[in-house]
Each structure stands twice: as structure tokens, then as C-alpha cells.
Design a protein around this ligand. Structure first.
Ligand SMILES: [Fe+2]
Length: 245
């Protein structure tokens, strides 16, 4: 256990070494994240304060729940860029999506539909917390065939994988990179999730760390971990790809 909250804090520490956050729900009014533009402006200031030079918003695309698409996400991104400029907040913002792996995503991949990516063709995918997606292996395979580079969001949060650590290496062997949530390392989602996150970190299976920020509770906890000396020691051992985005 890293016992992040039993270690000292240093107020001068921030998350600038990560440079880019690649998982957040900070575009307003699109999913279960922020609701209005004023919040987005306030959170953008906070992200800058945390040391990020860029953040990539990844609204959920989950049919019938969060019916997003490039047509809903990209215009909202432009509105936010305009608002940040008007408010003189100097932080780069981009957007992609967090795709729920299911039949709809598979169909879009197979028919060559537009998918929102970031960096060098990375695509963020997630599964339900209740059960793994039945087509996860095929979706990863077909994404790879089409030239995409899948990243599985928060593998440590899928309870059905807890205690089955081999599964994480299996994803990597299939060409799917792993993104751990910053707050998973604090115990925010519970001890078993923290343990899984620590396993991923200790075994250097993590390619990206993301905030997965949705609301003020996440922001406040993120601020705490940002100043944890222990977190910094641990994260700096990792070969993270955030800064290349
Ligand atoms: Fe998310």
C-alpha cells in the first residue's frame, strides 16, 4: 500500500509533470459531468492551477443514456474554447469521447464511421461496472485493424476483474493500453479499487493517468493528491504518455 494520505503534503507540488489530462467530463451539459458553462470556466481555471497545460474532455457516448456523437461534442468544444478566450484563461482544451464498448460502437467501427480520438489516434473506451462487455476482445481487435490505439479507461474500477490481475496484462497483450484514475490511488472508490490501481502502478502496466473529473468532489480530492509527496514518487516511476498528447 502506498498510504498516500498518511504521508506528508507539500503545497508546492502540483500535477504539472503530467502536462495533459486525457480523461474528464468538463464540457457542459453533455453527460453526467459539468452542467453549465460557468462551471467549465471555473474548472478550467482549477486545471491550470493544478499545473495542467492541456485537458482533453471525454464525454460519455453511451446509447440511450448519453447519446453523444461528434455532432454534439465538437460544437460544444468550440463554445468552451470561445468562452475560455473571452475569460482570458490560458489553458489548451481538446475533446474526444469515452466510448462504452457495446454493439453500437462495434457497428460504427465496422462501417468506418467517425470516431473521436486524441493524440496519435488514441481512443478511450470503457465498460459497464456491472459486467464486462461481451464483445470487448473483438472491439479491441477491430479498432487495431482500423489503425486506432485503444485505451481502456480505469481498469481498476471493474469489480469483476478484482483479484484477477492477469486480465490487465491480457489487455496490454491485445494492444489495449491502460489508463488509471488518479483518485483510484487515494481510495476514493474504495480499498479494493485502490489495491488494483496500486498493482497496475507497481507492475508498470499504466500508460496514462486521468482525472476522470466530473464534479467538485473529484476536484477537491484531486487537489489533495496533487500535493502528496508519495503520489509524486510513485507516479514518476511510471513511463506515462500523457505529456505526448
Ligand atoms: Fe469517465
Amino acid at each position: 500500500m502506498f498510504n498516500i494520505f498518511k504521508k506528508k503534503y507539500d503545497d508546492s507540488l502540483n500535477l504539472s509533470f503530467l502536462e495533459v489530462d486525457m480523461h474528464s467530463h468538463l464540457l457542459p451539459g453533455l453527460d453526467d459531468g459539468l452542467e453549465v458553462m460557468e462551471q467549465t470556466i471555473a474548472f478550467a481555471k482549477e486545471m491550470k492551477q493544478l499545473g495542467y497545460k492541456k485537458f482533453i474532455c471525454t464525454p460519455h457516448i453511451l446509447p440511450d443514456v448519453h447519446d453523444n456523437s461528434p455532432e454534439t461534442i465538437l460544437p460544444r468544444l468550440e463554445e468552451v474554447r470561445k468562452a475560455l478566450k473571452e475569460n482570458e484563461i490560458d489553458i489548451e482544451i481538446d475533446a474526444a469521447a469515452e466510448y462504452m464498448v457495446g454493439p453500437e460502437l462495434h457497428e460504427t467501427i465496422l462501417k468506418g464511421g467517425k470516431l473521436l480520438t486524441f493524440g496519435n489516434n488514441y481512443i478511450l473506451i470503457e465498460m459497464s461496472y456491472a459486467a464486462p462487455s461481451q464483445n470487448i476482445v473483438q472491439v479491441i481487435f477491430d479498432l487495431k485493424i482500423k489503425g486506432y490505439r485503444p485505451i481502456l479507461a480505469h481498469p481498476e474500477r471493474y469489480n469483476y476483474y478484482l483479484g484477477n490481475n492477469e486480465i490487465y496484462e491480457d489487455f496490454i497483450a491485445r494492444g489495449c493500453l491502460l489508463q488509471v484514475n488518479l483518485l483510484s490511488l487515494t481510495g476514493f472508490y474504495g480499498k479494493p479499487v485502490q489495491k488494483a490501481a496500486e498493482y497496475l502502478v507497481k507492475n508498470k502496466l499504466v500508460s496514462f493517468i486521468g482525472t476522470d473529473m466530473h464534479h467538485l468532489g473529484h476536484l477537491n480530492m484531486t487537489k489533495q493528491i496533487a500535493t502528496s509527496i508519495n503520489f509524486h514518487k510513485m507516479a514518476k516511476e511510471l513511463d506515462l504518455k500523457n505529456k505526448f498528447l
